[in-house]
Write a protein that binds this ligand. Structure first.
Ligand SMILES: *Cc1c(COP(=O)(O)O)cnc(C)c1O
Length: 378
């Protein structure tokens, strides 16, 4: 009954496909949103967010598609070589900054921009080996997020400490960074932005604000900042709960693929699954799909979760095991073993929809793919 069919030459069943052309398209869409009118038409510069291995897409797969970005934003210094190996020669913003004094010995690389969250990181920076090229420093204001970054007084102290370093050429520049806690609401950034302005207005240096939500919801502000930091938008994901990426002109950059590995007819009243978890109210046809929670599919999706089988939507039965899930094929008379399945990332099945149905976010879903799933660019 069970027939395992491998996809391509990888020899595995579940595969995540990354579409670099979608990422290049999305980058262009973000640029359009940010374009200014009038005498200075060039919009703010863009740090493309590649946190969490590029939101699960794989840094090495997305870097070639981000040639149009001005810089890449990663979490850790150790990820800089991954960006370089993928061909990126421009600036790299290390969001978490230095983790300890040992990392300071790894600052012998060019194009580094280090975010500073706490004074200790300046101690480590100061103690770096002499031959390191001067990095940029971005002071992060704690803002209304409230748990990461320098508070008002510590920010001013950090700036006072860095200014002479800049004058001496020990660092290449000082920037000002803040991250909003509620950019997806109409009034969400006003108070935070006012505090940030009062803190930084008198200080020279570029400002970086605006994640995806701020770019979409506060376009006038986004156009006026020096550097924005979009993540989700680049991967085709909407930052707003009531919209999907397509409605924002974006294309999904990742799709998750599996196969139907068994098809069964159930009689009315039949019960299947552990402890008879699922009961057929009437005669029906079901399919077993070779993707489960050990791949990163949500373990408790609602009954009726859409799943694409052979290019047509079918209803999931809410039954997910370690390696498989069940789908209702009653409206798919032609469905058979080996038929391709898409779990998310098709125009008719955005990851945002799957995530929302399970009470999570799309980045959570995509970064939750496990090491069992090969991620391939195609
Ligand atoms: C993750 C992150 C971003 C990007 O957020 P998106 O919602 O993916 O656009 C920008 N700035 C900071 C500080 C972040 O942590």
């Amino acid at each position: 009954m069970m027939s395992h069919s491998a996809i391509g030459s990888t020899g595995t069943h579940v595969v995540a496909r990354v579409d670099p052309s979608a990422i290049a398209h999305n980058l262009e869409q973000v640029r359009r949103r940010l374009a200014r009118n009038g005498s200075t038409p060039v919009g703010p510069r863009m740090w493309a967010s590649l946190k969490a291995d590029a939101y699960g897409h794989g840094i090495r797969h997305v870097v070639p598609a981000l040639a149009g970005a001005d810089g890449l934003m990663i979490s850790r210094l150790a990820e800089v070589p991954v960006c370089r190996d993928a061909g990126w020669q421009g600036p790299v913003l290390v969001l978490d900054g230095l983790q300890d004094d040992v990392e300071a010995a790894q600052l012998d690389q060019s194009g580094l921009h280090l975010v500073i969250h706490r004074a200790e990181q300046l101690d480590w920076l100061e103690a770096r080996p002499l031959h390191c090229p001067p990095p940029w420093v971005w002071l992060r204001y704690v803002g209304d997020l409230g748990y990461q970054g320098l508070d008002y007084d510590a920010y001013q102290a950090a700036y006072a400490r860095c200014a002479p370093w800049l004058a001496r050429g020990d660092i290449a520049g000082i920037g000002h960074l803040q991250h909003y806690a509620a950019a997806d609401t109409p009034t969400g950034i006003a108070a935070a932005e006012a505090r940030f302005r009062s803190l930084t207005d008198a200080l020279p240096g570029p400002r970086s604000t605006c994640n995806s939500a701020a770019i979409v919801c506060h376009p006038a502000h986004a156009r006026s900042t020096d550097w924005v930091r979009p993540g989700r938008l680049l991967y085709g994901l909407s930052p707003l709960p009531d919209r999907d990426g397509a409605s924002l002109g974006l294309r999904p950059a990742m799709s998750l693929h599996a196969r139907v590995v068994a098809v069964r007819e159930l009689a009315a009243g039949a019960r299947i699954g552990y402890h008879g978890a699922f009961g057929a109210a009437s005669a029906m046809r079901i399919g077993l799909v070779d993707c489960g929670y050990s791949d990163g599919y949500p373990s408790h999706p609602p009954i009726g979760m859409p799943i694409l089988v052979g290019g047509r939507l079918a209803r999931g039965l809410g039954q997910v095991t370690m390696n498989s899930l069940l789908v209702d094929l009653s409206d798919h008379p032609g469905a058979e073993t080996g038929m391709p399945v898409v779990l998310w990332g098709a125009p008719e099945l955005p990851a945002e929809q799957v995530a929302a149905a399970c009470g999570g976010s799309a980045p959570e879903l995509l970064t939750g793919l496990t090491g069992r799933v090969p991620v391939i660019a195609s």
